[in-house]
Design a protein around this ligand. Structure first.
Ligand SMILES: [Cu+2]
Length: 121
């Protein structure tokens, strides 16, 4: 069963973030609403407009992401809540993307998604 494992992973990540925030001893300076707190790269596995198996009311993107320095030091596959389904318009499952993450009180939100530039050769 795929979904329950993903849910558990999301809970574990939220716990990890709370731990990191607590260890810092102070709230990080908040970036403006449209500025990401972190930037990541990875491959889109699923784009799930609500309602989906992962969330009843919010859009979810499942990403296989590369390490995100300062946030998650390992590559992993995990779901993120997306700020809006409008973010899904220009990307498809299987594509490599860059994305912006913002920490809000109830989620680690994906606030931007762009197709990654083709690899240089
Ligand atoms: Cu992760």
């Amino acid at each position: 069963m795929y979904a329950p494992a993903v849910r558990f992973h999301a809970v574990a990540v939220v716990g990890l973030i709370a731990l990191v925030a607590g260890a810092a001893g102070a709230q990080p300076a908040r970036a403006p609403a449209d500025k990401p707190d972190w930037r990541g790269t990875g491959v889109v596995l699923k784009l799930l407009p609500p309602p989906s198996e992962l969330h009843a009311t919010r859009p979810v993107i499942v990403l296989q992401h590369d390490p995100i320095p300062g946030l998650m030091e390992e590559s992993m596959t995990m779901p993120f809540i997306a700020a809006s389904t409008a973010l899904f318009r220009d990307v498809r499952a299987g594509e490599r993307v860059t994305f912006g993450l913002k920490e809000v009180p109830d989620a680690l939100l994906v606030i931007s998604i762009e197709k990654a530039a083709p690899a240089r050769r």
